[in-house]
Design a protein around this ligand. Structure first.
Ligand SMILES: O=C1NC[C@H](CO)[C@@H](O)[C@@H]1O
Length: 433
């Protein structure tokens, strides 16, 4: 019997190791290392990956088509929402993974995450999974605040103001009950066993990094500075909590860089010096930050690129000082004229993607810390019939979350010029010319 048991376990291991052709991404100084080689990647944001993979209400056939096309273009890293909160926020995605303040989780959506990770593993893709959101489109920190203050949720799409919303979201870091629930949710997701692969998430090399949240900020630029210490403490202790649960995987914050840290690069650097933060993230939004105006491209694109160059250089310098890799894990720009449909051109988007990729390739040639990027965002085969282009429950998912027009920043499967630029970048990064 022991001989039979030995053979069965050996056979299973062989099958398992054969399927697990890719190891864990590790950090060595300013480099990612994968299977002993430097790891550079072009990735995408696909916040809705778990939603597409869900057995109820998902679209697994579409998900497989999306993953095949992305893999074919050399996109090997996907940044995905791994926790959303049920909320009355007008533009929050429904349903949500965290169903209530008791921390009950939506098993159907987690089965979707299982399926997504299993299919990504087959394509040697890596996942960055964020476990909360500073913004309203998935419930996020402001929903936690509503749960544990008993206050009405402060909805930016209702009050039309961002500063009070951001200050309210940032209360999350200072609410012990909210942090207790957040850690309960983190523990349940990070220690989940994938029902498809039967592999514990924390032992799955498909998951490159756990991320504290999407774009966590200390508060509003105007009034958030008094709360910076609580934010920095939260980063360090929460990242440490996750590292203890998943020591083989990386931890990152999901922060935007200086623009997501009260506009202060020094505060970004200080909050990311924690040994529990394995690599740096930054985001770059030339339109959101009013550097670029899609309705006046000739007048604004050059200065936008100059500001983007400064922003990149500032953050690469911080990565060198902290001796950590850095990833531009969100960047994007609208279609020409700020339009939303596949029929609308993408001349300036393509030019901006090429600009970003050139900066990354240049840094790679100089053995710098700029390890990769994830464009925002993959819309693929998503379709909408909404005249206002705004998502409603049951609609297709786009790269644009529900608070934004479906098509705003989405790259579609039919965007051949953009996909060609992405693929050329992949080839340059991996010398597969
Ligand atoms: O994380 C984010 N950053 C910018 C995106 C585009 O505006 C936005 O949809 C998302 O909340």
């Amino acid at each position: 019997l022991s001989i039979i048991i030995f053979c069965v376990s050996a056979c299973v291991d062989t099958e398992y190791s054969a399927e697990k052709s890719s190891g864990f991404v590790r950090v060595e100084g300013t480099e990612f290392v994968l299977n002993g080689e430097p790891y550079h990647y072009v990735g995408a944001n696909m916040w809705y990956g778990a939603y597409l993979g869900a057995p109820q209400g998902g679209d697994r056939e579409r998900l497989l088509k999306e993953l095949d096309l992305l893999a074919d273009k050399g996109v090997t890293n996907l940044r995905v929402l791994a926790a959303s909160e049920d909320s009355t926020l007008m533009r929050a995605v429904k349903p949500a993974i965290v169903e209530n303040e008791n921390g009950d989780l939506n098993e159907n959506l987690l089965l979707g995450l299982d399926f997504l990770l299993a299919e990504m593993a087959k394509r040697d893709m890596k996942a960055v999974l964020y476990l909360n959101n500073f913004w309203q489109w998935s419930g996020g920190m402001s929903q936690y605040v509503a749960w544990f203050t008993g206050n009405e949720v402060l909805d930016p799409d209702v009050i039309g103001k961002w500063d009070p919303f951001m200050q309210n979201s940032a209360m999350f870091y200072r609410l012990p009950e909210a942090q207790k629930l957040y850690r309960k949710v983190i523990e349940r997701i990070v220690t989940r066993t994938n029902t498809v692969t039967e592999k514990p998430y924390s032992a799955d090399p498909t998951i490159m990094s756990w991320q504290l949240a999407n774009e966590p900020r200390p508060g509003s630029d105007a009034d958030g500075r008094p709360f910076y210490p609580a934010f920095a403490e939260w980063v360090d202790t929460t990242a440490g909590f996750i590292k203890a649960l998943a020591p083989q995987q990386l931890v990152s914050t999901g922060n935007e860089g200086a623009m997501g840290t009260l506009g202060d690069a020094d505060l970004f650097e200080r909050s990311h010096a924690s040994d529990n933060v394995d690599y740096l993230t930054f985001h770059m939004w030339i339109k959101n930050w009013s550097w670029y105006d899609a309705t006046q491209p000739e007048a604004t694109f050059s200065t936008a690129k100059a500001r983007a160059t400064d922003y990149i250089n500032t953050h690469v310098a911080i990565a060198n000082r902290l001796n950590k890799p850095i990833v531009l894990e969100e960047f994007g720009v609208e279609r020409d004229g700020g339009k939303f449909t596949r029929a609308d051109s993408t001349q300036y988007r393509d030019s901006f993607y090429r600009f970003v990729f050139d900066a990354i390739e240049h840094d790679q040639q100089a053995q710098g810390p700029f390890a990769g990027s994830n464009f925002w965002a993959w819309g693929g085969f998503g379709q909408t019939q909404r005249e206002d282009f705004m998502w409603q429950p049951g609609d297709d998912f786009f790269g644009d979350p529900p608070q934004e027009a479906q098509g705003l920043n989405s790259v579609f499967a039919s965007d051949a010029s953009t996909l060609s630029i992405i693929n050329q970048h992949y080839q340059a990064l991996t010398n597969k010319q």
